[in-house]
Write a protein that binds this ligand. Sequence first.
Ligand SMILES: [Zn+2]
Length: 200
Amino acid sequence: MNQFLIFLIAFSFNTTSKEQWTEVNTLDETIVLDLKYATKDNFVKEKLYDCPRCFLRPDVAKAVIAAHKELKKKGYGGLKLFDCYRPRPIQRKLWKILPDDRYVANPDKGSMHNRGSAVDLTIVDKKGKELDMGTEFDYFGPEGYHSYTKLSKQVLTNRKLLRETLAKHGLHHIKTEWWHYSYRAKQYELSDWVWGCNKK
Ligand SMILES: [Zn+2]
């Protein structure tokens, strides 16, 4: 293949990925990133991402930023993101470590994270401290459910604030994970695209 062709393919791939994906913190750098799968501090205790970057489909990223700004206006620090788009090759790695669909989506079916339309997050106060949501991120048990009410009044208020703020911007909760929200106004395809670590 000649070099011009290679350039063309590389250029078109780059353009496509830019149209399909938004790196969330490029829209607002005050949003806090704490991408647990880029560290060993996660429920499988393995580092799955080469570097911590948060990509979402453009409309989803805009919705997250709108919610973040609303929380800041109310006096909070805004949102802290634990996980965003998760490429399917990474989902396969996760499935290899824990092939149990109670905790991990089967990569052949894929999940909203593999479509770039789900995000795991919490709220931080002005000093950047996480609000008490009753459990850690990725706590798999009834205490992590929205329906679980044997929690302090403050925890229930914090979860409600998260639910209501995100719902206003089209991000909906699921029953079993207080930290997981997905954007359902549009359908997106499963994706195998993996981000690079060189930001140029
Ligand atoms: Zn999630």
